[in-house]
Design a binder for this molecule. Structure first.
Ligand code: HEC
Ligand code: HEC
Length: 314
């Protein structure tokens, strides 16, 4: 049952429940008239020419039904929590906690077994993969989609996990690190250091190396802007941080030359990203991968890592 933030709502619920019950009792008692002796009196109303109404009490069986509902309500309140915070140890939340404990008992040993298995091997175990898929649907699909294909170049940069193109790395250990500790690739904003033309030029250059249509003059000028500002993270050829070696992988700067995009690849969207940056303060899009280690624990993270790894192996 609800844990209210202060005592007021608790009293409020108790008040309404108690008032409701008392009201029913009063109405019932007030209608406990017994049948008057002698000829029953007519009320004086007439319908359909000859239909008249007597002033008789409710039939007993009917009245008893009302009493029964009141008694039922009291018994129900005693067994289930409905009276504010009283009796809350029988609440749904406790039921839920019991179910979780049961599940833990039932599946705990299974996860412990999985945990002891090497990730690459686990990714070929159908039982582990289907457990991982269930976890993924519960915890990851809001962002990465139920098929793990991400947002695919829409407004939000949720990466596709099935395409073998990785921001941070697709080996089992790196995938596990991404899930355990979370990720937040930072791109510095250039709105203050570059002028509007330079930003437009470099955006055209980015589109050109990705094989998209671009303004050739702007793209040619943009190449220098790129060389001076972007290569530290995206690499000298724009092939992404990982192209510069494992030491740079943690930067998470994507390969800009392939057809796989985190965000929309329209000129407008690219310009917006360059101007405001990513994960770089209030102006920019915040696009982070939460850390799951504390919330899910190592065993579940392990199974999830195996599942994600299995997806890219198909
Ligand atoms: C709130 C949205 C969100 C949720 C929920 C989420 N992720 Fe992510 N995930 C992201 C974002 C955003 C990135 C990219 C981070 C970046 O660009 O730096 C990412 C990156 C990743 C990566 C690294 C991909 C690469 O290319 O290197 C993996 C692996 C991953 N997520 C797995 C998971 C798993 C497994 C779960 C569920 C336990 C999960 N994510 C839940 C948003 C989310
Ligand atoms: C400090 C490192 C860093 C620098 C410098 C940097 N970037 Fe980035 N860039 C990133 C990261 C990290 C991301 C991914 C952001 C995310 O995960 O949300 C990114 C994303 C992008 C994207 C979106 C790619 C996609 O797939 O949607 C474009 C385009 C881009 N950068 C262009 C540039 C250009 C042009 C410059 C130079 C003017 C530049 N970047 C400088 C780190 C950097």
């Amino acid at each position: 049952m609800a844990d209210f933030i202060n005592g007021f709502w608790n009293l409020y619920v108790q008040g309404i429940v108690a008032f409701g019950l008392l009201f029913c009792l009063v109405v019932l008692l007030a209608n406990m008239t017994s049948r008057a002796s002698g000829e029953p009196k007519l009320q004086g109303h007439v319908w359909d020419e000859n239909l008249r109404e007597y002033n008789n009490p409710l039939p007993r069986w009917w009245l008893y039904l009302f009493w029964a509902t009141v008694i039922f309500a009291v018994v129900y309140l005693a067994i289930f929590p409905g009276f504010g915070n009283l009796n809350k140890e029988r609440g749904l939340r406790t039921e839920y906690a019991k179910e979780v404990a049961n599940a833990e008992q039932q599946y705990g040993p299974l996860f412990t077994k999985f945990q002891a298995t090497d990730l690459a091997a686990l990714a070929t175990d159908p039982e582990a993969v289907s457990a991982g898929k269930r976890l993924f649907l519960t915890y990851c699909s809001q962002c990465h989609g139920s098929t793990a294909e991400g947002a695919r170049g829409k407004a939000y940069g949720f990466p596709n996990l099935t395409d073998n193109d990785w921001l941070y790395g697709g080996d089992p250990a790196t995938i596990k690190t991404s899930i355990e500790s979370g990720r937040a690739g930072v791109m510095t904003p250039f709105g203050e250091t570059l002028n509007g033309d330079q930003i437009k030029d470099v955006a055209n250059y980015v589109r050109s190396i990705a094989g998209l249509s671009s303004d050739a003059t702007r793209a040619a000028r943009g190449r220098d802007v790129f060389g001076a500002n972007c290569t530290v993270c995206h690499g000298p050829e724009g092939k992404g941080a990982r192209s510069m070696g494992e030491a740079f992988a943690a930067l998470g700067a994507p390969d800009l030359t392939d057809s796989i995009w985190l965000y929309s690849n329209s000129e407008e969207s690219i310009i917006d990203g360059i101007t405001k940056g990513r994960n770089a303060g209030p102006e920019s899009v915040t696009n982070t991968m939460p850390a799951w280690k504390d919330f899910l624990g190592d065993a579940k993270v392990h199974v999830l890592a195996a599942y994600v790894y299995s997806l890219s192996k198909k």
